[in-house]
Design a protein around this ligand. Structure first.
Ligand code: ZN
Length: 240
């Protein structure tokens, strides 16, 4: 299985790795800082693989395939298994997704706490994010979503440290609210990665986040849309 470097250090922009296999235009590495996507609603990283001869391949996207990460590349001759590569991720794109992703945790937590609203869908890209909520019984759902984003801004501006750690499966299953998610992990997963914004939110989560909620900046609502009472949708971005 590919070692997921971004899970230990989501600020890693470059890394060295060895090619384990090549299938079509997919290059597999022993370790990677590329977050494969979409996963957990978060879009894929893009970037480059620099080969030993100095040539550069464009990483169009990274995908999870059977526990490994496939780097779908273009722009040149593919490396052989055993070759060393230097990976460079498109940091501007990734960092915006980290900010939006952390913002989504806070918005979700705020809506769950006030309305018991569960998230029913979502997507995070570099420009904007959208989340769908089950807001059945909430008549003024537009006000509720706008309020949640305002609340999330208040929380984010407190500069809370975001904690990332691993817990043994049994311990993770004891955390209220985490159980449902943790059950989704196959039994062979013995350690579960926890992302905690202390006092706000705790999740079992494999994606990259910012270290401090102040890095989010200001969350701005772009658009509100209804796809039915179980799917009240908010589009938002982060500024600057
Ligand atoms: Zn997350």
């Amino acid at each position: 299985m590919t070692e997921l470097l971004f899970q230990k250090d989501s600020y890693l922009k470059e890394f060295d790795a060895t090619v384990t296999r090549v299938e079509g235009d997919a290059v597999y590495l022993d370790r990677t800082a590329f977050h494969p996507g979409p996963s957990g609603g978060l879009d894929t990283d893009t970037g480059w693989l620099v080969l030993e001869d100095g040539s550069k391949l464009r990483v169009e996207r990274a995908e999870e395939r059977g526990g490994d990460v496939a780097h779908i590349v273009s722009g040149g001759a593919l490396p052989e298994p055993g070759a060393k590569v230097h990976g460079v991720i498109d940091w501007e794109r990734r960092y915006r997704m980290m900010r939006l992703h952390t913002a989504s945790h806070i918005i979700l937590a705020v809506l769950y706490k006030k309305y018991g609203a569960l998230v029913t869908g979502g997507h995070i890209g570099p420009e904007q994010a959208r989340d769908d909520f089950n807001l059945q019984g909430v008549k003024e759902w537009k006000d509720a979503l706008r309020w949640a984003v305002e609340e999330a801004n208040k929380i984010a501006s407190k500069c809370i440290e975001v904690k990332v750690y691993w817990l043994p499966r049994e311990e993770a299953l004891k955390i209220p609210g985490l159980v449902k998610l943790a059950e989704r992990f196959p039994p062979e997963v013995k350690e579960i990665r926890i992302v905690e914004i202390p006092g706000v939110d705790i999740q079992a989560d494999g994606g990259p986040h910012v270290k401090n909620t102040c890095e989010i900046g200001t969350i701005e609502v772009l658009k509100l849309e209804s796809k039915g009472s179980k799917r009240r949708r908010v589009y938002y971005t982060v500024k600057p």
